[in-house]
Ligand binder design. Structure first.
Ligand code: CDP
Length: 223
C-alpha cells in the first residue's frame, strides 16, 4: 500500500523540497515544507525590528501569529505560498537576512512547540509529504515512510549557489558554504528536536545522484 504520511528530513539544501514537491505531485498528495514556518517567524521578527536573541518575544510571536502555508498560487518557482497577516511573504522568507537568523529562531523550544503542534495536526490528515528537520523523529514519528536526504556540505552549497544564480540573484560560493555549515551546526546541536535521522528512516546520500535519480529511488520505495 502506498504510504500515506511521508516524512523527508535532512540538512540545509539537501534537495528535500525538490524531492518532496515532485513526490507529492506524483502521488496526488499535499506538499508541506515546514521550514517555511520557521522562516516566516524569523521574517516577522526581523520585520518588526525585534532582536532575534530575545527568545521570549520571538516565541510569543510564533504562538500568536497564524502562518498560512497554501499550495502555490503562482508559477514563479515557489513550492507553496506563505501568507502572514494577509500578506504574501513567500519570497521574503528566502532573503539572506532570514536565512542568517532562522536557525537561532528554530532552536527556541517555545517556537518549536507552537509550530510543530500545527504541523502535526496537518500531517495526521494523511496523503501528505512533509519536509523538515524533525518530521520523522518528533512531528510525525508514526510516518509510514521516512527519508533522510543527505549530501556533503560542498555538494549542497554548490546546488544552492546554482539555484540562486538561476533565480537571477548574486551569490558567492564560499559564503554559501560557510552559512550552510553554520546552519547545520546549530540545527544538529540544539537541545530540542535536533536534526538527525530517525532510527527507521531510509538514508539517501545524494552526492553522486541527480534529482531524477533521487526521485525515482524514493518513488520506488512508495510502490
Ligand atoms: O531549504 P533549506 O534546507 O535551506 O531550509 P529550510 O528547510 O527552509 O529550513 C530553514 C531552517 O528552519 C532550518 O535551517 C532549521 O533551522 C529550521 N527548521 C527546523 O528547525 N525544523 C523543521 N522541521 C524545518 C526547518
Amino acid at each position: 500500500m502506498t504510504p500515506s504520511i511521508i516524512a523527508i528530513d535532512g540538512p540545509a539544501a539537501s534537495g528535500k523540497s525538490t524531492l518532496g514537491l515532485r513526490l507529492a505531485h506524483a502521488l496526488g498528495y499535499l506538499f508541506f515544507d515546514t521550514g517555511v514556518m520557521y522562516r516566516a517567524v524569523t521574517w516577522l521578527a526581523l520585520n518588526r525590528g525585534m532582536n532575534v536573541n530575545e527568545e521570549h518575544a520571538v516565541a510569543t510571536l510564533a504562538e500568536t501569529t497564524p502562518i498560512d502555508v497554501a499550495p502555490a498560487s503562482a508559477s514563479d518557482g515557489r513550492a507553496c505560498d506563505v501568507i502572514v497577516e494577509g500578506k504574501d511573504i513567500t519570497w521574503e522568507t528566502r532573503a539572506r537576512e532570514v536565512e542568517a537568523h532562522v536557525s537561532i529562531v528554530a532552536a527556541y523550544p517555545g517556537v518549536r512547540r507552537a509550530l510543530s503542534a500545527q504541523q502535526r495536526r496537518i500531517g495526521l490528515r494523511g496523503k501528505i509529504v512533509m519536509v523538515g528537520r524533525d518530521i520523522g523523529t518528533v512531528v510525525l514519528p508514526e510516518a509510514d515512510l521516512k527519508i533522510y536526504l543527505d549530501a556533503t556540505a560542498q555538494q549542497r552549497a554548490t546546488r544552492r549557489y546554482h539555484e540562486i544564480l538561476l533565480r537571477g540573484g548574486a551569490a558567492e560560493y564560499e559564503e554559501i558554504l560557510a552559512k550552510v555549515i553554520e546552519r547545520d551546526r546549530i540545527d544538529s546541536t540544539r537541545d530540542v528536536a535536533p536534526l538527525r535521522a530517525a532510527d527507521d528512516a531510509v538514508t539517501i546520500d545524494s552526492d553522486s545522484m541527480d534529482a531524477d535519480e533521487v526521485f525515482e529511488k524514493v518513488l520506488a520505495l512508495c510502490k
